[in-house]
Design a binder for this molecule. Sequence first.
Ligand SMILES: Nc1ncnc2c1ncn2[C@@H]1O[C@H](COP(=O)(O)OP(=O)(O)OP(=O)(O)O)[C@@H](O)[C@H]1O
Length: 264
Amino acid sequence: MVQKNNNLKTTSNGEYKLRSIDLSLYYGQKQALKEVSIDITANTVTAFIGPSGCGKSTFLRCFNRMNDLIPDVTIKGKVLIDEVDIYEDLIDVYEYRKKIGMVFQKPNPFPKTIFENVAFGLRINGEKSKSVVQDTVENALKLSALWDEVKDNLHKSAMALSGGQQQRLCIARAIAVKPSVLLMDEPASALDPISTAKIEELIYDLKKDFTIVIVTHNMQQAARISDKTAFFYMGELIEYDLTDKIFTNPAKDATQNYITGRFG
Ligand SMILES: Nc1ncnc2c1ncn2[C@@H]1O[C@H](COP(=O)(O)OP(=O)(O)OP(=O)(O)O)[C@@H](O)[C@H]1O
């Protein structure tokens, strides 16, 4: 059973791992995010919920500057990681992206062995020590609750794994380079219920070491695994609070209507 942390620190700015301040984002003329401000505490799970097209994924992608890759995007406001504004011109995007791991909706292992998938980021970072690579791969696979299933097949193709195993492999690949933040965009929506349960347990375990932000359409999932929940609607952050509060006694009618299935 997932244990929630209902005593999250929310007082002083210095305590937050991730923040956005009045963040607006436009795709061309179309405004997809409207002055979104949020503070996320380290070592918590935060769920972004809301109807399709409300801006959840766009907002998630602001935290690793993935929207920079999309032409004609304009971003106003601030995004801070460890109190550093990541949209400041001087920041080294390559360096700070190492702090952020990302897991996508569909598992996307490389057509390489299981071992090489997890070792990939270390190799890119120039790690030469065989024993460091070996130990890191093993630890990442253990943290991702995949080690026991793959330890005898590390040099077989990752493509032969099941969808759920592939997704845990992608989590292992993301955490092998020791980010401090894990962004997950509907990481279980393409998986069967058993694999989904494994990913949910894993997310809960990983928050000891990582700050996790997850976009999900599955409200039961948000209720089960997250400490705080942010409800978005039409590009606005409508309500952000402890998950138990959002799902039992939300402050806004729109949140209430959404969680009770009245729209979305
Ligand atoms: N690359 C893009 N170019 C133009 N518009 C985009 C782009 N990506 C998203 N949008 C638009 O921005 C708005 C927010 O989209 P986004 O994908 O962030 O929403 P979402 O809440 O994650 O939706 P879903 O739950 O369906 O994934 C939508 O109107 C979408 O059409």
